[in-house]
Design a protein around this ligand. Structure first.
Ligand code: ATP
Ligand code: MG
Length: 276
């Protein structure tokens, strides 16, 4: 297979005209990839993404061709997908305020041009989920919030409306299901592409903790940074080492690796109701 792209935690290959997305066991914390892998992380997130794709088909078609027709060395953590003409917008839905959305709200009282009520704090639940698209910035640059009017200007009115509608529907479906199982999906990022016949297709990965913020519902407490369902052990431990959050990151000790692996599996089991 021909390597097209190597991201922080995934590789993208081209094969027989398809693309093959391969999830690694790498973990990034504060945007830095740590040198120690988390065993099975790639498989857990791949399976979770496939589980969701199967349950979203009535909202939007997806790019999955096969999770088994992949090279044996990537078995379980690779997905063969239709190669699409990607829409250059990161389609983000937010139900809670965190990350860049929080910073934008604090600076302007709005996110992606959507005005929000005053008095919201870090981790606040929004009155209703909002569509906060960003640009897909080239490597090394930061994504920037754009308004629905910007999406309309770039993609046309019909596409912009579809991206917004589908993104919010997928988020609601995912967040409602996860909430019933004790996991808050605070926000999520979707990517779409066009099939040759022009159909909008859901691509990339969907509703995983690498593309979304997962919080344990029983620890949710607005007004402070929320605990990340999967990465909290690593973050807490990293903060305790005095690491400056710059490259290179520190090696993760075995007990933190094991606790983190268990958290990925717990999130998978809670959401899907299946045993890993
Ligand atoms: P980061 O490491 O910050 O996530 P990244 O988003 O560039 O960087 P990956 O997420 O690892 O890296 O790469 C996945 C890439 O594959 C993205 O550029 C995504 O847009 C692209 N992609 C996903 N699905 C498809 C598809 N069906 N057809 C074509 N490209 C796709
Ligand atoms: Mg990506």
């Amino acid at each position: 297979m021909k390597l097209l792209h190597s991201g922080k935690v995934r590789e993208v290959y081209e094969d027989r005209g398809d693309i093959v997305l391969v999830a690694s066991d790498r973990i990034s914390v504060y945007d830095v990839v740590l040198p120690t892998p988390i065993p099975d992380k790639g498989k857990v997130l791949t399976r979770l993404s496939l589980w969701w794709f199967e349950r979203l088909g009535d909202i939007v078609p997806n790019h999955v061709i096969s999770a088994t027709d992949v090279p044996p060395e990537f078995a379980g953590r690779a997905v063969r997908c239709r190669r699409l003409d990607m829409v250059p917008v990161e389609c983000i839905a937010r139900g809670y305020l965190a990350g860049l959305g929080l910073r934008e709200y604090q600076a302007s009282g709005a996110v992606s041009g959507i005005g929000l009520p005053p008095g919201l704090v870090e981790g606040s639940r929004l009155p209703e989920p909002i569509f906060t698209p960003t640009t897909k910035a080239p490597l090394g640059q930061h994504d920037e919030f754009i308004t629905i009017d910007d999406v309309t200007a770039g993609q046309g009115e019909e596409t912009a409306a579809e991206l917004r509608r589908i993104t919010l529907e997928v988020y609601r479906r995912g967040a409602d299901l996860a909430a019933s199982r004790g996991v808050i999906i605070a926000d999520t990022k979707l990517e779409f592409g066009r099939a040759p016949d022009g159909t909008l297709v859901l691509a990339d990965e969907v509703l995983t903790s690498d593309s979304s913020r997962f919080w344990p519902a029983d620890e949710w407490e607005p007004g402070r940074p929320q605990h990340a369902f999967d990465k909290q052990f690593v973050r807490d431990w990293a903060a305790g080492t005095g690491w400056d959050k710059k490259e290179p990151g520190p090696e993760i000790p075995a007990d933190v690796v094991e606790a983190t692996r268990a958290r990925y599996i717990e999130a998978y089991e809670r959401i899907t109701g299946e045993t890993w």
